[in-house]
Design a protein around this ligand. Structure first.
Ligand SMILES: [Fe+2]
Ligand SMILES: [Fe+2]
Length: 166
């Protein structure tokens, strides 16, 4: 991302990332990193691709991308893992509406980011963009997390073997 793009990107999302409740996502584990970092990565990917595709509502879309997982684990207590997958977009949308007064357009983006698990269809091309960006980022993060986990276990095993032989 160029310096100008970086400035534009952070101008779009500044109030959200500085909001105390959003900063709580930095303590929530998500795909082996924090939900804050995951959300920021999805927003950046959306900004980058959205700009290349010259989408008209870039600012609104990027903000919705940042808020797509705006929930705390405590919001989903007593829900099964399967339920969490389909319910969390509704909770994120509710929280985002309450704290940032998001538009109907943004609500559709957030509610359908788990498509095809969502109850409604992505209505806009921007909704499709965010669901694809979220899946791509999640796949990258999970792969990276699993790879580093496997690597760490192997490194520990080899280290143990070497120290035993001595
Ligand atoms: Fe999600
Ligand atoms: Fe996500």
């Amino acid at each position: 991302m160029s310096r100008t793009d970086k400035i534009e990107f952070y101008n779009i999302i500044e109030d959200i990332i500085n909001y105390h409740k959003f900063q709580k996502l930095d303590n929530e584990l998500h795909h082996g990193i924090t939900r804050y970092d995951h959300s920021l990565r999805v927003a950046k990917a959306t900004y980058y691709v959205g700009k290349k595709l010259r989408i008209k509502k870039l600012n609104e879309t990027v903000r919705a991308a940042l808020l797509h997982d705006y929930y705390l684990d405590s919001d989903l207590q007593e829900k099964s893992s399967k339920e969490k997958l389909s319910i969390h977009p509704e909770i994120a949308c509710h929280n985002a509406y309450k704290d940032f007064n998001i538009t109907n357009f943004q609500q559709n983006i957030i509610r359908t980011h788990m498509f095809p698990l969502s109850k409604e269809l992505p209505k806009y091309k921007e909704s499709w963009l965010v669901t694809v960006m979220d899946k791509s980022v999640a796949a990258y993060e999970m792969y990276r997390f699993k790879f580093s986990l496997v690597f760490s276990v192997w490194a520990l095993f080899i280290f143990n073997m070497l120290t035993i032989q001595k």
